[in-house]
Design a protein around this ligand. Structure first.
Ligand code: FAD
Length: 541
């Protein structure tokens, strides 16, 4: 396991020593997809990189998205052709680098009339041209009979047609962690639970950052030629560390998703539904659950770092299901899990959140801090390369040439045929098909390494392995129970039967690996229980 042990939570003291001792070419603030992408791109181009994340890797927006690697068909209607082209083309690249994290699925757009179908089809054709979609991946038109056979949950009394096109489903947290592991394997020093509190200066120029390890209280000064602010919804707060008078930049938009059991809403693929206010939401099957999202409403930051999930958000998301599917109307009480995220949109005064472009921007502050703002999960690679080039200009640093082809991410070194990989893994590991299907989607070929650590279940009857805890701690940097359950196992959202039962056994295993006292272990359990309860607090309203 040592070669893969890139983000090790048992090695934090040594990493803190290294951060203090070495001098880096760049220090990246923020461990979401933007920071992870930059850390990898800079490491690939020969830079010595440090990355500091205030909480956990991907704990911000990058674990709370709709989890689509997509160009965004609806942004075409907004006229954002350049953005759609960039992100639609990225689908192929991410699939090539991490086929396990880029699942090819049909996106179904139901239509009530033939005229409506033709209008949808025209948009899809343009979208496919921009994304260079070919062959078997091109869209299809489905009749009511096709719908009844392929997606019987859709109410064909109402919808007689559908246009279906290819989109890709990912696991946003794992995509971040795979990029960070790749950066660390190239030499980057990557630490979570280390908020940056100050920008160091040499004269008037930024020369590093000061951060505190939130788990040990130790303060570190990290010296670097260049400072990159990749803090998503918090870029303004970090910009103010550099320049207290920095003008406002962002319009934050709240996006909620809710999860129901697939027995309650037996959707097979991914479906677009229309809300009463003429927006689109996604209904996405993942394993034994289906999630619906998202809302898109202006958010004014309050005392909590994350917005609350209100009953009206939930009702808004459930309402279209009654008009689209045959199943009985969904009620808030059917929701078994939920999450809320914040879109860091670049403000366009006078526009509602749904009308604002998802474009990205790279800005340079008065002390030379390079800030990346806006953007999409899907566009993280080009955004990272643009940021690194800009940083090289600002700080006078040389860049090694771009790699000819971006190499696979950890776990992505196979030919893209996940079904064949799964069959092989079932034979080799003797794990159940259900267990392998889940692991292979998250870890690709690394499933072998996890199986080598053991095949004992974490919770009896559930497809979670005890060895996943060790993998998460030693290889993926999970340092708290929430890191593990929310952003490594992803069990709270995708294996809801284990929401209550996995917490205790997982905490016992983590305590052993990380040397926690019994008091610390109980605190960790309490913290997770409080988050689980807060996400379903709307049920009491
Ligand atoms: P974040 O992921 O928020 O990362 C910023 C990080 O900075 C955080 O982890 C935070 O803890 C850290 N940080 C903050 N302050 C400090 C500090 N002082 N020191 C150290 N660290 C700090 N895009 C898609 O392509 N497909 C989708 O399906 C999709 N769906 C979405 C659905 C919703 C509801 C939302 C909100 C967004 C969606 N997006 C989607 C957009 C995408 O999720 C975001 O663009 C992307 O995740 C932003 O990543 P980021 O790294 O910039 O920000």
């Amino acid at each position: 396991m040592s070669s893969a042990a890139a983000l090790c939570a048992t090695d934090r003291a040594r990493l803190l020593d290294r951060l203090e001792r070495e001098s880096f070419d760049c220090v990246v603030i923020g461990g979401g997809i933007s920071g992870a992408g930059v850390a990898r791109a800079a490491s690939q181009r020969g830079w010595r990189v440090a990355l500091l994340e205030a909480h956990d890797f991907s704990s911000g927006t990058s674990s709370r998205s709709s989890k689509l690697i997509h160009g965004g068909l609806r942004y075409l209607a907004m006229g954002d052709v350049a953005l759609v082209r960039k992100t639609a083309l990225e689908r192929k690249q991410i699939f090539r680098m991490a086929p396990h994290l880029c699942e090819r699925r049909w996106m179904i757009v139901p239509a009530r009339s033939y005229a409506a179908l033709l209008a949808i089809r025209a948009g899809v054709v343009a979208y496919e041209k921009l994304g260079a979609v070919e062959g078997a991946d091109l869209h299809r038109n489905w009749s009511a009979e096709d719908l009844a056979r392929e997606e019987p949950a859709i109410d064909t009394r109402r919808y007689k047609h559908a246009c279906v096109y290819r989109e890709y489903l990912t696991d946003d947290s794992q995509l971040v962690i795979a990029n960070l592991r790749s950066a660390a394997a190239l030499g980057a020093a990557v630490l979570n639970h280390a908020p940056v509190e100050a920008i160091l200066r040499d004269g008037s120029t930024a020369s590093g950052v000061e951060a505190t390890c939130a788990l040990s209280g130790r303060r570190v000064r990290v010296r670097a030629r260049c400072v990159i602010n990749a803090t998503g919804p918090w870029v303004e707060a970090v910009r103010r560390l550099e320049d207290p008078g920095a003008p406002p930049l962002l319009h934050l938009s709240k996006g909620v998703h809710v999860v129901v059991s697939a027995e309650r809403l037996p959707v097979r693929e991914m479906v677009i539904c229309n809300t009463r206010d003429r927006r689109s939401i996604f209904v996405i099957r993942r394993g034994d659950v289906v999630y619906l999202g998202t809302t898109d409403t202006t958010y004014a930051p309050g005392p909590n770092p994350w917005p609350e999930i209100e009953r009206e958000d939930v009702e808004y998301l459930l309402e279209p299901a009654a008009r689209t599917f045959r199943s009985q109307a969904l009620r808030p009480e059917d929701v078994i899990a939920a999450w809320a995220g914040l879109r860091p949109l670049i403000a366009e005064p006078g526009k509602a959140p749904a009308e604002i472009s998802r474009r990205d921007e790279v800005l340079v502050g008065p002390a030379g801090v390079v800030t990346m703002a806006g953007g999409k999960l899907t566009g993280y690679r080009p955004m990272a390369v643009e940021t690194v080039r800009r940083a090289a200009e600002v700080c006078g640093l040389r860049l090694a040439p771009d790699p000819e082809e971006d190499p696979p991410l950890p776990g992505g070194d196979f030919d893209g045929d996940l079904a064949a990989l799964e069959a092989k893994l079932v034979r080799e590991t003797h794990l159940s098909e259900r267990c392998v299907a889940r692991l292979a989607r998250l870890h690709g070929t690394d499933t072998r390494e996890i199986a080598r650590l053991g095949s004992e279940p974490l919770v009896s009857g559930a497809p979670l392995l005890a060895s996943e805890v060790e993998w998460a701690v030693r290889v993926e940097g999970a340092a708290t129970l929430e890191d593990l359950l929310y952003r490594r196992l992803r069990s709270v959202w995708t294996v809801p039967e284990t929401r209550a039962t996995a917490t205790e056994p997982a905490s016992v295993r983590m305590a052993k690996l990380l040397g926690w006292s019994e008091e610390r272990r109980r605190e960790e359990v309490q913290r997770v229980s409080a988050r689980l309860a807060s996400e379903l607090a709307f049920l009491a309203g």
